[in-house]
Design a protein around this ligand. Structure first.
Ligand code: NAP
Length: 166
């Protein structure tokens, strides 16, 4: 499970952008480093450990806002694009491992909007009853992982198992 991710960091002046004028090259680069490149480097280092015949799952927490098709609100340039890149890396890796690590199922997962430090500044926008407790999100993600079949490798799935459009 790749769980690391970054959306904001007030101490370093990183905030989700509302408009183009809010862009910072440093924040864009940091979002890509943590959200997109990080999970791929983890995969590179874990690859030798996955050379066995048993079922294994390599899952990275992504975010629905990384879906290009689902992008109706705009904004959040760094986070959206870094999650879209993460998804592309996951898909590309799944294709490679379907040849070289056939025991591994490789997926991107959306946990749902969950009560953590990452979502805290934006929870006011979440409709009542739609903010998940961490235990709820984790329980559902583990159920999705348990049910994964080899044919699911390379997919982008939500906490309830639904496929999310790219
Ligand atoms: N919460 C949500 O509503 C939500 C929704 C959709 C997707 N997600 C995704 O779910 C994942 C987990 O997020 P969360 O909600 O649990 O957020 P969180 O509470 O802010 O946790 C983020 C984690 O990432 C780690 N991290 C950040 N930058 C890092 C770096 N440079 N190197 C190593 N670790 C780093 C943090 O470590 P430290 O504590 O040591 O800084 C922290 O453990 C993220 O990928 C996020 O994008 C969350």
């Amino acid at each position: 499970m790749n769980c690391a991710g970054v959306l904001h960091d007030a101490a370093r002046g990183m905030r989700p952008e509302k408009r183009l004028a809010d862009l910072s090259a440093d924040a864009l680069a940091r979002a890509f480093a943590v959200n997109a490149i990080g999970p791929l480097l983890v995969a590179r280092h874990f690859e030798p450990l996955l050379a066995h015949g048993e079922r294994a799952v390599f899952a990275s927490l992504s975010a629905r806002v990384g879906s290009i098709e689902d992008n109706r609100l705009g904004g959040w340039y760094a986070y959206r694009a870094s999650k879209a890149a993460q998804n592309q890396y996951t898909r590309t890796l799944a294709i490679e491992w379907a040849r070289s690590r056939r025991n591994v199922i490789c997926v991107a997962l959306h946990p749902g909007t969950t009560d953590t430090d990452l979502s805290r500044p934006f929870q006011g926008n979440v409709p009542a009853g739609k903010l998940f407790e961490v235990d709820y999100a984790v329980t559902h993600l583990l159920q999705v992982i348990d049910r994964l079949q080899p044919a699911d490798s390379g997919q982008f799935l939500a906490w309830n198992g639904d496929r999310i459009p790219w």
